[in-house]
Design a protein around this ligand. Sequence first.
Ligand code: ADE
Length: 414
Amino acid sequence: MDDSMSDLVEKGKKRLQWARDHMEVLRKVREEIKERGTLKDMSISMALHVEAKTGILALSLAEAGANVKMASCNPLSTDDSVAEALREEYGMDVFAERGESEEEYYDHLNSTLEHDPDIVIDDGGDLVSLIHKEREDLIDRIQGGCEETTTGIVRLRAMEKDGALEFPVMSINDALMKHLFDNRYGTGQSTIDGLMTATNLQLSGKNFLIGGYGWCGRGIAMRAKGMGADVLVSEVDPVKAVEAKMDGFEVAPAKENIKKADFVVTATGCKNVIGEEEIKNAKDGCILANSGHFNNEINIDALEEHSKSTQIARDDVKEYRMKDGRKLYLLADGRLVNLAVGQGHPAEIMDMSFALQMLGAEYVVKNDLETRVHDIPRELDEKVAKLRLEADGVEIDELSKEQKEYIENWEEGT
Ligand code: ADE
């Protein structure tokens, strides 16, 4: 190994250790599952963002006795130091490189399937979709899967509705201990991290438009407001739009809001949230970023079409000089800014999401599940909550016998 490679491995090892030291919930779950031996000798294929926290999930599964092969679920989110450390130091099969081409990306997903998986762990739905489209031969032996994100769950539910889904999948995303924290506080913090790292500009006093007021959008709004920005929200769901309004944000269609937005972040799981009309209306100097899973939330073709030239303004910042003289800036080619530029969600947040991934994988093995998308059982959600409280040294109240009887007795009103 040459010096630069060993430096890279050393950096990756340190990042892994740092993440491990901040993932107490996963540690407890790992120890319990190892003890039960439920994942021993299971072949697991994973497609997740290859970075330090995910590395600890992969190592946890391996420590519980599983054979793990891992690829990235996004061509721009791999931390090469972590990928290299996992390969060199832990002998793990990791197929991922930051900036990989689309062809390499799919080759890597395919490589995770070389050991004929019993379980698949996915983020965004590409691996499950690939198996259904190209590797039907594997379907009979796959006991089930786990999916991490809103985007992936929307895809899987569409497959289920069409009768196309061929094995059960646990919706990790719908677990309370996942989306209430990962989507909200995780995306909130890591999106600001990505924006600040890419631009080094001030948020305070700026107009900050968020496309989508789901859990991710709510988290981004909360953090942008905390940084002193004036938050604008665009939403298609009337209930979420009312919520955004009552949370104190200005709600209007994206084509209107964008006329005054200094920053725009999309977080919807849908395409063309910032479409041609929005791009035509965008304020001069507007910074466009996406925190949703795929890079189709901002219509990059329309940006290209209406611009006369482009240049790289800073790392991860592409400047579009529009034909009408405006300048617009796109971060990380519209790829999820919190991982392509920022360092992803904080370790304590991924700790809970990945504990649920591990418990979800065990649930698949322990239960003969129907072929559909399944919610994580409430007991597992509560287990993760209790472990989190324990890790934080927080105690909570318990209902007394008298209180329990009171809430179960519908006859007694006063
Ligand atoms: N780190 C690992 N997986 C992640 C995800 N899905 N979102 C943000 N950060 C992550």
